[in-house]
Design a binder for this molecule. Structure first.
Ligand code: HEM
Length: 403
């Protein structure tokens, strides 16, 4: 059966000021109407929007859906960038075998065992960031003073990028992730980042160190451009995602002190972080794919060549999977919920490479923050905190706090 709902949901849709921690209401309404509906992309093209858990899982794991951005119908979330974005795709936007070949080169660095060994270093980075934030002060903006430096320092350490260059790469990352950037701004930012990392990789080829970029640069089967491309993906994903999860989780927990108290129990922390990941699902614009064949999905036929946005934020609030005792319970934050089946890190072959490290950072950062600053609370009048709404990654621009 083929059915085509008439109303198209705009991607990206706006968040609700009254409910800033939830997905945009347009996505929630679409999910309420059925697991598959139509969406309108910023360039005016239309595609499918999968909102149900089962349908999103299929889109992300069935090889008949492609993540190759070079497909002429691949749904683009920024208009006018098709040429730019298809020139140097990272493995995030390629299919196997190319995707697997490039991903394999860095998987060893993100294995659970390796990440577990990094926990003491992450704890030190978190403690030092808190020392700096609190020294001689009783107020700070949690975003630049804690949420951003922690993951930024961790990924710099792993990748071998000098942290002193943070103003440069944090600024360029923001432009690349901003869904209102013009094609010209994106092109300039991409070139700057590629030049920066190619130059660094060339230096590391001469004088290798114990870091990912040195290992990539030393490979003969990888062009310097490919090495830099993988470096960009890791550098951008490495600080923007985790930073926004830390700031958004903190803002939410400050609003729900009875839930924040659960972090005092070390045994509850890993589960609490999974529930925060589920509840906040910061990749709010969804994950784009294109069908390579006709596929039955949610009672509808998605035709070969049609684009689909897999909306992980609504899938993670699907009551049939995460629902509890009553209506709307799935929309509540419940740090004791078993949220392990969430798809905040995606699903299938493109599932987040760095989940173990992101989890470790979130567990250590949030537990330490609330343990060391038990009086932590928002500073300034209500509404002072600013949400980041113009990025593929939802989060906070600013979160003034006191303790
Ligand atoms: C809380 C933090 C994070 C969240 C919520 C997150 C989320 C995601 C999601 C949803 C995807 C799938 C994209 C798709 O299928 O189209 C993904 C992929 C990816 N993430 Fe993360 N991420 C986080 C942290 C990180 C960090 C810290 C790094 C890096 C160092 C990283 C590196 C990557 C890479 C390389 C991919 C592409 C994997 C592939 O295509 O095979 N992520 N992430």
């Amino acid at each position: 059966m083929t059915s085509t709902p008439t109303t198209a949901v705009p991607i990206p849709a706006s968040h609700s000021a009254a409910c800033p921690f939830g997905p945009p209401p347009a996505y929630t309404e679409a999910a309420g109407a059925g697991p598959l509906t139509r969406a309108e992309l910023p360039g005016g093209e239309s595609c499918w929007l999968a909102t149900g858990y089962a349908e999103v899982r299929t889109v992300l794991s069935d090889r008949r859906f492609s993540a190759d951005v070079r497909h002429p119908n691949f749904p683009l979330l920024v208009p006018g960038v098709r040429k730019l974005i298809t020139e140097n795709p990272t493995f995030l936007r390629l299919d196997d075998p190319e995707h697997a070949r490039l991903r394999r080169m860095v998987t060893g660095d993100f294995l659970v065992k390796r990440v577990e060994a990094m926990r003491p270093a992450v704890q030190r980075i978190v403690d030092e960031a808190l020392d700096r934030m609190t020294e001689g002060r009783t107020e700070a903006d949690l975003v630049p003073d804690f949420a951003l430096p922690v993951p930024s320092l961790v990924i710099c350490l792993l990748l071998g990028v000098p942290y002193e260059d943070r103003e440069f790469f944090q600024g360029v990352s923001r432009t690349l992730l901003n869904n209102t950037s013009t094609p010209e701004q994106l092109s300039a930012a991409q070139d700057e980042m590629l030049d920066y990392l190619s130059e660094l990789a060339a230096r590391k080829r001469e004088q290798p160190e114990d870091d990912i970029l040195s290992r990539l640069a030393a490979r003969d089967d990888l062009t310097p451009r490919d090495a830099a491309g993988t470096g960009i993906l890791l550098l951008i994903a490495g600080h923007e995602t985790t930073a926004n999860m830390i700031s958004l989780s903190t803002a939410l927990l400050l609003d729900r002190p009875e839930q924040a108290a659960r972090l005092a129990d070390p045994a509850a922390v890993p589960g609490a972080v999974e529930e925060l990941l589920r509840h906040l699902t910061i990749v709010h614009t969804g994950l784009p794919r294109v069908a390579l064949e006709d596929v039955e999905l949610g009672g509808t036929t998605v035709r070969a060549g049609e684009g689909v946005i897999a909306m992980i934020s609504t899938a993670n609030r699907d009551g049939t999977v995460f629902g509890g005792s009553g209506p709307g319970q799935v929309d509540e934050l419940d740090l004791d919920r078993d949220a392990r089946r969430h798809m905040a890190f995606g699903f299938g072959v493109h599932q987040c490479l760095d989940q173990p490290l992101a989890r470790a950072e979130l567990q250590i950062a949030l537990a330490t923050l609330f343990r060391r600053l038990p009086g932590l609370r928002p500073a300034g009048p209500p509404g002072t905190a600013a949400f980041r709404t113009d990025s593929f990654i939802y989060g906070m621009r600013s979160l003034p706090v006191t303790w």
